[in-house]
Design a protein around this ligand. Structure first.
Ligand SMILES: [Zn+2]
Length: 170
């Protein structure tokens, strides 16, 4: 099957989409478009991330969420101002992010699969595919343990965090 870059339409060749070349998230966009758009944090960035077609957060150091694509905003029910510059726990309404010190500073955060996966991707450059995480999420007055799958990929100085299969834990 012929694949083209979702941004510039360049032919990506016939390599299968999910080969393990460190491109678990950006496999549908050519390397030169990734190199051009992601580090720039330029205005077409959310549009660029939209072409990935799945919910993706762009993580900067901290780790803080630098921006999110449309799919992620819809999944989380938040607009860009509620996402950009916030910590991942705040963005997903993790109950521990609401405690003094906030996301990343709680005893619980040491065993948070989302945080540890992002930090490990930062440190080693190694991406992770479909890591299951069970965040405790605040929904108004109630708390629910949710189940999500996260996939990470390091691109330049950033980590892309893809969120899949969000549902209530059984
Ligand atoms: Zn391209």
């Amino acid at each position: 099957m012929k694949r083209v870059c979702a941004w510039c339409k360049k032919d990506l060749g016939t390599k299968p989409a999910m080969v393990d070349d460190g491109g678990a998230i950006t496999h549908g966009i050519c390397k030169s478009c990734v190199a051009k758009y992601l580090p720039a944090l330029a205005k077409p960035l959310p549009d660029f991330l939209d072409r990935l077609g799945v919910p993706v957060l762009l993580m900067g150091s901290g780790p803080k969420v630098l921006t999110a694509n449309r799919h992620a905003r819809e999944l989380l029910g938040k607009n860009l101002s509620e996402i950009e510059g916030h910590r991942s726990g705040e963005v997903i309404e993790c109950i521990y992010s609401k405690r003094p010190g906030g996301c990343g500073e709680q005893e619980h955060c040491k065993s948070c699969a989302i945080r540890q996966t992002v930090l490990e991707t930062y440190r080693t450059g190694k991406g992770f595919v479909k890591v299951r995480a069970y965040p405790d999420i605040q929904f108004g007055e109630t708390e629910k343990t949710m189940s999500i799958e996260i996939t990470t990929q390091k691109v330049k100085g950033y980590v892309l965090l893809r969120i899949d299969d969000l549902r209530e834990k059984e």
